[in-house]
Design a protein around this ligand. Structure first.
Ligand code: AMP
Length: 585
């Protein structure tokens, strides 16, 4: 398929912010697409070339892209850099530059999606001393045959700045409509995606075989499963009224969620964001085949840093030492971890996802041989709020941050946040009873010592019904100077020229960010707001909800994708519960 067809669709997508229009453009695009191109197009639409868990990164630096652009256009690098400064985006600059091309190509060949994809794939795989040179050559060869608009998109993909603000949900809607004839089949597409984490593969299967294709996806080792998520509850009573007596309560440990896949001696570990983090945990990799008696399994655990002498749990931050590329052996011996298994998703050829919690727990206990650093997370069946309070106290004393409450007869719902898992956290930080994880969507420059960096951030919650990020507060307290510097480094590359359409805000920020970074915030209360858009109209007509006296806790939640941020529903329920129990202050 000609790349120009994709580039045209990209262009139309860039000019709209309406989800419905985006979906229509995608449907039309998929409908005219040859089947064998669908998977590649879906990756490119997401600005990637392979699913995240494969870790195939393009890793092209701006300098290199500028050099290649100069070679293809005959325009000197200095002029390209000037244009880039003016446009603020190298993709856009390249459209202007290619328009002024001084070298004419005598033979213009139409470039195809297949060729662009294959070339990008080759670029991603290049390593070693001469790789920069080769990359530059590959890029130039594409740019030579590209029309200016196409060149712009190729560069955006290469630099990782291709962003339409299309959510996975929108792509799935369009896939369902285009290949099964009905958007209502989104659920089946989503189920396939939830167990495979590979939207390209799912798209290819349904393009070929419709719903039957989607039905073929099953849990299997070394393909991460999208994690099941929990809703929060405010009190023991709340939890009992939602789940009834007889629910299962587990310690909620403060570490890193790991999804461990094994087959014989081969072990791979995925993070909550489904990145392959096997390299961070060579100790788990080595031990696992002895710890788990199975030929093949997928298990979930919380890896927690522990004090080597006392075995006590240490705060989450200690795990950061494991994230380095070099001298990992040293980090492993200095920062030992305990593996606390809490679920089993696959065992010896069979998916366990459909089995009820109690059965999965029994299978887990059977499979895991407990030892000093390996355990099944502490669990108890709870009959009353009183019992839950006592169990909570034990959990806190053991260094947990609270409890996870699980519906005994519920299946594992991959990729879903629902009421079959609830989290109850220790009420320790603020009057709200819990911190909120919010998405940084905008920034305002600081004054004085904070000139040139963002002094205040605009934060948003996640609306899981509309799939948007409505604003919920501005936060300017709780930051040390070092932390503001660090946040600037993280946020600066996320600046966008136009506001991402999924951000819902009437407030104008000085800069807009891609909604990606999640930070932890506390507040004194939730109030009605005429300005902030979270839960708009939900509690009162023409009003949203906002945090009062928000404060940054100092913790970025790097492991959380923005869709795992606190939801507007959670904020509504916090608002309602504070109404019932007025607090002092
Ligand atoms: P939160 O990050 O606050 O949304 O809480 C959910 C996270 O708690 C999960 O993603 C896990 O990393 C972690 N967690 C700790 N203990 C458990 C447990 N027993 N069951 C499930 N998740 C747990």
């Amino acid at each position: 398929m000609e790349f120009s067809v994709l580039a045209d669709a990209f262009e139309r997508m860039e000019s709209t912010t309406k989800r419905n229009e985006l979906t229509q453009i995608l449907i039309a695009l998929f409908e005219q697409m040859p089947r064998d191109v669908v998977a590649r197009a879906v990756y490119l639409l997401q600005g990637k070339i392979r699913p995240d868990f494969e870790g195939v990164e393009l890793g092209v630096a701006e300098k290199l892209a500028i050099r290649a652009l100069s070679k293809s256009s005959g325009v000197p690098t200095r002029r390209i850099e000037d244009q880039y400064r003016k446009d603020g985006d190298l993709g856009r600059a390249s459209i202007d530059i290619m328009g002024q091309k001084t070298q004419t190509t005598f033979f213009v060949q139409d470039i195809t999606v297949e060729r662009v994809y294959e070339t990008l794939f080759k670029i991603a795989r290049l390593e070693g001393a001469r790789s920069q040179d080769m990359k530059s050559r590959y890029i130039s060869s594409l740019l030579n045959d590209a029309r200016p608009a196409e060149a712009g998109y190729i560069l955006k993909i290469l630099l990782g700045t291709l962003r339409f603000g299309i959510a996975e949900n929108t792509i799935m809607d369009a896939l369902a409509a285009a290949f099964t004839g009905d958007k209502a089949n989104r659920g089946a597409v989503e189920r396939a995606y939830n167990v495979s984490s590979d939207l390209g593969a799912v798209a290819e299967a349904i393009a070929a075989d419709g719903l039957e294709g989607a039905g073929r996806f099953k849990a299997e080792p070394f393909r991460p499963i999208r994690p099941m998520l929990a809703e929060r509850v405010k009190s023991e009573e709340d939890a009992i009224s939602k789940m009834g007596a007889g629910l299962a309560a587990e310690y909620k440990l403060d570490g890193e969620r790991v999804q461990v896949h094994m087959s014989g001696k081969r072990v791979e570990i995925f993070s909550r964001r489904l990145e392959n983090i096997t390299a961070h945990y060579p100790d788990i990799v080595e031990r696992l085949p002895q710890d788990v008696s199975a030929d093949e399994a997928i298990l979930e655990a919380e890896a927690v840093a522990v004090n080597e002498k006392t075995g006590e749990f240490l705060p989450f931050q200690e795990l950061m030492h494991r994230r380095r590329k070099h001298k990992i052996e040293k980090a492993v011996s200095e920062y030992p971890v305990a593996v606390n298994f809490f679920d089993i998703l696959y065992l010896d050829g069979k998916s366990c996802l459909e089995a009820p919690y109690t059965e999965r727990r029994a299978m887990l206990e059977d499979a895991v041989t407990e030892g000093e650093r390996v355990r099944c997370v502490v669990m108890a069946t709870i009959a009353s709020a009183q019992e839950m309070s006592e169990f909570m106290e034990n959990a806190i004393n053991a260094g947990s941050e609270g409890l996870m409450l699980k519906m005994p007869d519920a299946a594992y719902l991959a990729g879903a946040r629902g009421s079959n898992w609830l989290k109850l956290k220790k009420e320790y930080r603020n009057e709200l009873g819990d911190s909120l994880d919010l998405v940084v969507v905008g920034g305002f420059f600081g004054k004085g010592r904070r000139t040139g960096i963002y002094g205040t951030l605009l934060l948003a919650a996640y609306d899981d019904q509309l799939d948007t990020f409505p604003s919920v507060c501005k936060v300017g307290t709780g930051f040390t100077d070092e932390e503001l510097d660090r946040l600037y480094q993280i946020l600066h590359p996320k600046v966008t020229i136009r506001r991402n359409p999924r951000i819902d805000s009437t407030m104008e920020a000085e800069v807009w960010f891609e909604p990606e970074l999640v930070i932890e915030t506390v507040a004194s209360e939730i109030t009605l707001s005429p300005v902030h858009r979270a839960a708009w109209d939900a509690v009162r007509k023409d009003a949203g909800l906002a945090l009062r006296f928000p404060k940054y806790t100092g913790r970025t939640r790097d492991e959380k994708p923005p869709e795992s941020a606190s939801t507007t529903r959670e904020i509504v329920s916090l608002y309602r519960s504070q109404k019932k129990t007025p607090h002092a202050g």
